[in-house]
Structure formats: C-alpha cells, structure tokens
Write a protein that binds this ligand. Structure first.
Ligand SMILES: [Zn+2]
Length: 396
C-alpha cells in the first residue's frame, strides 16, 4: 500500500487555545483520512472477509485468497508521534522515558515495547486513573485507527536511514564538531581543511564551509560521511599535550558514529557485522560527552549568560573595594587568569544543563535488533522515495 498523507497547514502565530483546538481538529482529520485509506484492512466491516482472508485482485490479473496486513510505515519522528497518538519527542518502539533518551541501551536491555492494545483499553476506560497511566507512558488519549486493524502497531515504524541518520544524528554530529572546533579555537584550520577536500571520484568540490550551508540534504550528508573523519583528524593534529586527550575523544566519537552508519548501510548482515555495529554504538556513547557543550540549548545558554553577568558584576565590586597595587604586567596576568576562569565557569554551567536526550539518538539503539527481525535497512530507507516525492511536488 502506498499513500501520501495530506500535509496540514502549520499555524504558529495564533493563541495557544486556538492552536490546541486546531491540533485536535487536525488529529481527527488525520485519523479519518487513515480510517478511509485502511478500510480494506478492517475485516469486521468487510462482508466478504472470512477469518481475515478475502479475494484480492493481484498484479498478474488473477484473484487470490489473501490476508492483507499492514506491515510497515515510513515517516519522520513528529509524524510517527501524531500517527500513533504519542507525545512528541518520544520513542515509537518502546517506553523509554524522555530523560533517558540519550543513554546507551544494549540490545538485550531495551525498555518495554509500546503496548497499543493496553493504550486503547486505557483510552476507552476514560477515567482519571487511566488517563494518568497513559500520561506516564507518554501516550495521548483518544481513538487511533491503527489499534483497530490487523497489525502490531509498535512494529509499523521501520528504521529510516535518511531521516534518523543522515539528516538526523549525522547532522547533529556535524554541528557538535563545529562547536567543538569553535570552542577550542580550531575553526579556521577545520574550515581550511574542509574546503581543501578534493573532488576525488564522485565527491563534489567544496565551495562552502559547514557554517555557510544553511541546510544539508541526505545526499550531501552521505557524501560528507566519507571524508568527515579525515578532516577532523587532520584538523586536530598538532594540539598541545593538554589538548591531546580531549582531541582523541572527539576523533574516537566521530569515528564510532560514522562506523555505525557505514555498518547500518550494509545490504546484508551476519552476527559478526551486527556485533561490529553494536560495538561502534557503544564506543560512540562512551566518548560522546566530549561534544556536550555543543548540546547546550537556549535555556542553558541563557543561564550561562546570567552567570557571566553576575561574575562580571562581582569582579567590578571586588576591583572597587581592593585598589590595584601591582605592576602593569601583573594586572595583565590577573586579567587573563580571570578571563580563563570565567570561560571555564561558563562551559561548566552549559555542560551541567546540556544532555543528549533527543529521540533519534535513542532510536538507533534499536537498530541491531531491528535488522535481526526485518533484515537490512536499504529496503526501507526513505532516500529512495523522497526524490520521487519532490518530483511529484514539482510537477504539481
Ligand atoms: Zn525505544
């Protein structure tokens, strides 16, 4: 079954109450559209259905007794949340809490899988206790068409190399590396080496640095994954002895995530390749804290700025109270030491408020288990049909 769902208008500049009402209406419209599209699968309403089987016209022109089952569904994270009536920014395969999304989860220690039969039961109960239970499981109350057709709802979302990795986690990685280079005053060297990557074989010549590109597409990310590690290693060569351990961690983190991505692209797997993939993911989580500063959001930055203001104020009071008596060079040394101190305090403050809790970094912890159950990812990746979707939009 192939379908394109209607894209609802995004209303951002309207009052919250109106926005909530609009969202509710959008949800109802989406459910109704899905109900109509999936009608042939709802056997109870199909008079020709017997035990789930009925005559289906096949591609060769013959009718056969078939049992259609919805098996796969490809979308990005927010769409999955809407389709499955889940809260935003949660895993659609398991019940991992939002504040643990950034933690490493080994394949044999996954969180409980989403139980949509239970969600429907709680939703139908319509009591305060049931609502609280749904809320604790990060699920919205209400009718959801997937829970009424023959399928395992939590198995419908399939791993997607394009949205989850290429324009998801790899995009984050590029951003973290950019912040890392900037913080360590290594950005000029990084940009110079980046722009010097030759147009070898089918690589596109580089005319813009990372920060000069407003948005990266999947194809560019795929290409970038082939030279990023080389650029990072070359850029971080020649640092001081004190910088070596942190630079090595940045290189190892980059290497591990790119390795994981390369294994995920394999067209076939065995136990060995899957163990390599799991090992790469484990190493990525071991080293990822080196990029924690790059995860500081608006709140963390605002808090750090407030701390800077307070420290500067305290310094002024201190200067006014204790008149300077030292030489000019001593004052300069003290000023430099004070700037280093402030810079360190700001970084510590940002790191304390930063975390890696976003859905896509968690989703890839399911990938090894998903490959074991459903095979290699190339068969699902949205990178195959996204160009066709763009062509359709272009052609009207
Ligand atoms: Zn999960």
């Amino acid at each position: 079954m192939v379908t394109l769902l209607p894209i609802l208008i995004k209303n951002r500049n309207i009052p919250q109450k109106q926005l909530d009402e609009q969202r509710h209406t959008n949800q109802e419209v989406l459910n109704e559209v899905l109900r109509r599209i999936l009608q042939p699968l709802t056997f109870k309403q199909n008079p020709s259905a017997e035990s789930g089987y009925y005559n289906v016209l096949c591609a060769d022109g013959n009718f056969r007794r078939c049992k259609p089952v919805l098996a796969a569904w490809l979308a990005d994270c927010p769409e999955y949340s809407d389709l499955h009536h889940l809260e935003r920014h949660v895993c659609f395969w398991c019940e991992c809490p939002k504040n643990e999304l950034g933690d490493y989860v080994p394949t044999d220690k996954q969180h409980p899988r989403g139980d949509h039969n239970l969600y429907q039961m709680l939703s139908d109960a319509n009591t305060k206790a049931a609502d609280a239970e749904l809320s604790s499981r990060q699920v919205h109350r209400g009718f959801n068409v997937f829970r009424h057709i023959p399928c395992i709802v939590s198995d419908l979302p399939k791993p997607d190399l394009l949205h989850t990795m290429q324009i998801g986690v790899l995009d984050h990685l590029q951003n973290w590396i950019f912040h890392f280079m900037k913080t360590n005053e290594w950005l000029d060297k990084y940009n110079t080496i980046w722009l010097s990557v030759p147009a070898y074989h089918d690589l596109t010549p580089k005319t813009k640095s990372y920060e000069e590109v407003s948005q990266w597409n999947g194809k560019e990310m795929k290409e970038m994954s082939r030279y990023l590690l080389g650029v990072v290693i070359q850029s971080l060569g020649g640092g001081s002895l004190a910088q070596h351990p942190i630079f090595n961690r940045a290189i190892e983190c980059t290497r591990a995530l790119l390795e994981f991505y390369i294994y995920a692209r394999y067209k076939s797997h065995d136990d060995t390749t899957l163990s390599y993939m799991e090992d790469a993911l484990c190493r990525f989580h071991t080293f990822k804290d080196v990029f924690l500063l790059g995860r500081a959001g608006k709140k963390a930055k605002a808090k750090a700025n407030a701390l800077r203001t307070e420290l500067v104020k305290n310094r002024k009071v201190d200067e006014e109270t204790n008149a300077q008596t030292g030489t000019l060079s001593k004052e300069r040394r003290e000023m430099n030491a004070w700037r280093d101190y402030i810079s360190h305090e700001i970084d510590v403050s940002k790191e304390l408020d930063a975390d890696f809790n976003f859905p896509k970094i968690h989703l890839i912890s399911h990938w090894v288990e998903r490959i074991r159950r459903y095979g290699a990812f190339q068969q699902y990746s949205a990178e195959k049909h996204e160009p066709a979707h763009k062509m359709n939009l272009k052609d009207g």
